[in-house]
Design a protein. Structure first.
Length: 195
């Protein structure tokens, strides 16, 4: 499956522009994490770091969010069904999508799975921080401003801090560095994110 095919599928499955943008944000973060973790983990096999695969996992992780309506026990499984019907998606890719949702897949078995789990929530926090800036722009968001909001429990409470902290526990990336990687990734596609 190519990125182009994945993008087409995502926009077919999701009507909400915000959810589409969320997919794009997590895609951008996943690309940067793939490059970063590849350098940091030279002992791991190169096939673990297929950037296109990481990107597509980010792009499609929430693709069935509207289709499952409120039944989160089915979340990611409808996407899995569609991918299997289409063909061309690797098991690693399908598992990556499922791994961001603990209700379906409880274990995270490789760095890609751990990355999407943590990046998902951080992208939401960074978006929320941008939206409270006077200009509502990612360009005026700093790592410090995200770190401050991280510690304010009431701010963007839906962005689960424990899940973001998987960066330290599971990826061995200090929180501040993780924020920096993700912020730069999102700033790089600010036009597409309308932020
Ligand atoms: Fe998500």
């Amino acid at each position: 499956m190519t990125r182009e095919e994945a993008y087409k599928l995502m926009t077919q499955m999701l009507q909400s522009k915000n959810l589409q943008k969320h997919g794009l944000a997590v895609e951008a973060i996943m690309r940067e994490l793939c490059k970063y973790l590849k350098l940091k983990n030279p002992e791991l096999p190169l096939e673990e770091f297929d950037e296109e695969e990481w990107a597509i996992v980010g792009l499609l992780h929430d693709a069935d969010y509207e289709l499952v309506a409120k039944d989160l026990s089915k979340h990611t499984l409808v996407t899995e069904e569609k991918l299997r019907a289409l063909g061309g998606a690797s098991e690693r890719l399908i598992n990556g999508i499922k791994a961001h949702h603990e209700g379906v897949k409880t274990s995270r078995d490789n760095l890609m799975e751990k990355s999407v789990y943590a990046a998902d929530e951080l992208s939401g926090l960074i978006t929320a921080v941008a939206l409270v800036r006077p200009d509502k722009k990612l360009s005026s968001v700093t790592v410090d401003s995200v770190m401050k909001k991280f510690t304010q429990k009431g701010f963007a409470a839906g962005a689960h801090r424990g899940q973001i902290l998987a960066c330290e526990k599971e990826l061995n990336i200090p929180l501040e560095e993780f924020v920096s990687i993700a912020l730069k990734a999102m700033q790089g596609i600010s036009d597409e994110l309308d932020l």
